[in-house]
Design a protein around this ligand. Structure first.
Ligand SMILES: [Cu+2]
Length: 175
């Protein structure tokens, strides 16, 4: 029975990782956002962080160039750099999503920084975020909010039931 449950959950996680997150595009612009989540904030923290992976199934590189949200006054794209042994965050203009590859925004690396939160981020809630890509246009993601130190989407390791995991297809916008 336990083995069956383990296999069943493994199956759910596999299906979940295939279906999680909205995707956009057709032909040369096929982006899929997976593993999206934000971290809850502690106390009066003014800034928050969000993470996601963008898969590019197309044959053309794309670039994440901006993020928009009503949850923060100034959402930015950040990366971490090592500066004389000290990890610092720095804003970047764009994050490349290579053709046939992916870009992982994860703790310790590239990430979405939510500067000037309108309200604290609460575990269990969802954060609406619009990702703006150079070629594919806008993708809206409803990011589940995990714990303050979350390193993966809430529920991703054991239930395959990670909240708003819609799977939407729409034609790419050329602009
Ligand atoms: Cu940052």
């Amino acid at each position: 029975m336990r083995l069956f449950l383990k296999l069943f959950f493994a199956f759910l996680v596999t299906v979940g990782s295939l279906l999680t997150g909205p995707s956009v595009g057709a032909g040369d612009n096929m982006l899929m956002v997976v593993e999206a989540f934000a971290r809850a904030t502690a106390g009066q923290a003014k800034n928050g962080a969000a993470f996601l992976t963008v898969m590019n199934h197309g044959s053309e590189d794309d670039f994440l160039v901006a993020v928009e949200t009503t949850a923060a006054k100034r959402p930015e794209l950040h990366t971490h750099i090592h500066d004389n042994g000290i990890m610092r965050m720095r804003q970047v203009a764009e994050i490349k999503v290579p053709a046939g590859g992916s870009a992982a925004l994860k703790p310790g690396g590239d990430h979405v920084m939510l500067m000037g939160l309108v309200a604290p981020l609460t575990a269990g809630a969802a954060l609406p975020l619009v990702l703006v890509f150079k070629h594919a246009g806008r993708i809206t993601v409803d990011m589940p909010i995990g714990s303050v130190a979350a390193a993966a989407p809430p529920g991703s390791a054991h239930s395959g039931h990670s909240g708003h995991s819609g799977h939407h297809m729409k034609p790419a916008k050329k602009n």
